[in-house]
Design a protein around this ligand. Sequence first.
Ligand code: CUO
Length: 629
Amino acid sequence: MTVKDKQKEILTLFKGLTSLSHTPLPEAERDPRLHDVGILERGHLFSCFHEAHLHEAQELYELLWEAKDFSDFIHLCKQAREIVNEGLFVFAVSVAVLHRDDCHGVRVPPIQEIFPDRFIPAETINRALKADLQRGDQDVVSVEIEHTGNIIDPEFKLAYFREDIETNAHHWHWHLVYPANWRSDFFGKAKDRKGELFAYMHQQMCARYDCERLCTGLQRMAPFQNFEEELEGYAPHLVSLVSGAPYGTRSEGMHMHDVNDVDVLDLIRWRERILNAIHTGHVTDYNGKEVKLDEEHGIDILGSLIESSHDSMNKRYYGSLHNWSHVVIARIHDPDGRFMEAPGVMDDTTTSLRDPIFYRLHRFMDNIFQDYKHRLHPYTHDELDFPGIHILSTTVKSKVANVIHTTLKQDSLELHHGIPLKGSVKVKYEHLDHDQFDYSIVVDNKTGKDKHATARIFLAPKYDELGNRIILDEQRRMYIEMDKFRVDLHPGKNTITRSSDKSSVTITHVPTFDELEAGIGVGENDSEFCSCGWPSHMLVPRGTTRGMKFQLFVMLTDFEKDDVGGSSQAHLCSDALSYCGVKDEKYPDKRAMGFPFDRTITQRFPTQFSTHNMSFTDIRIQFVEAKHH
Ligand code: CUO
């Protein structure tokens, strides 16, 4: 069977999932291997954070992974499609496709095309349905996306970021690539530094969010920290087509309540225990043994503990602070379920980024990680320096030197693969975008020898809400990773040129359903890892119409010290390794994620902190209104 044939089979599985019957396949007709799944009813919302849902999804992806060959796999998938919950089905089959050896080169279609109702406001979907009915003989019908709020709510200014379709899709993919319940022993494949990456990728989403807040004239977010706090409101404007129910709305001023599966007091207890572990420098594992939080593994251990994933050292004691917090917030409007309301968007990885509380909750957890990092010594001059390597200058080359232009760009999303319609219906929407640019870095290699270096590029706002210079220790929480790559330095002067298109943070294009059906993008790459990555159009923060000052940080470190070995050049789908890692291999950088901004910086400004192998360059980001209106 060719890869293209396999791809066709997989696409069929993912079509029309919003309109499946609620009645599952009768017991008698089921493959015996599927006897333990089908617990979460069809038509309900599947939560990637709810313990029981995750557990069932794990059962399914593990048994799918064990299918003896591709046709057995497809047979089980076809049956599961008629048995298990729709959302759970997509999650589990996607994890299986990603990890099965016989699915190399096969891709899962974009989640926004499988479940457009998780990305497009219900009002717009309703319009689309009507346009479809009245289409006459038109081949393609299109509708404009509608707003989910207005300027009375200051947070509406950030809707372009929170509701960005591909950013939400990235989050879904990240959690597919790193499933909370992943059992390394079962699969015989470990997910390297999974806990640390959980902390880092989410820290970066928060940092990016705060950059955008400053761009739009808002204050940086106030972290969530008090479990009795009255929260901001949020109305998702999404209706699940699988269930027919709207995602729950949180009115302003609601606070957390106990839900059926967990008490708020549990969350508070877990936080205390985790903080206690940080303060004593060790965690207590399942056997009561003390495990030291050392420099190399500490953050990784804590990430798994907080998420919490299967790798948690002691879930019984430290609980599952992150996952349950998502669920408790998602049920805030109907905690004990007496009104049978559907949960809010925080319930799921495809939708949670839409809610402002997402960032405040994750910043709360990031503060716990920071509490730990604060206990490590600040990096010394020797740890930062690369002797003999001097950066002479850094320039951003675009239309105007050291200015990056951003704008809004038109795009569209096809609905008819996910929703049964008479033909193609496209939703037109706008997203942020930026001009392509190059980094040009001039380096003097004074060592007299060839050297290999890792270039690390970050970006952060220079001034705060009030226009004051931000000191480094504050600014480091906002430094967003832009790129990381290997360079070879000859003795003497070198000019490194690197295009923004190449960024190790982003992916450029995920093949659409139609493209995959036409065989485009099939077989070239290694499935889902290729779809994990920050969308390239969101690489650069919006900036302001007048041009907002940012500092571009470049650092060259010794590749010999950063190298993790392995076949670093050969791996497939290493497009977006900064936030997504590399499949079945070590995270391709030995340093702590976020280095050198992961630890406390005692110096106030770059001149005091900088070593010769670093540069801080002022650049401006200017938002240019599109002219198409
Ligand atoms: Cu990705 Cu809270 O982990 O959403």
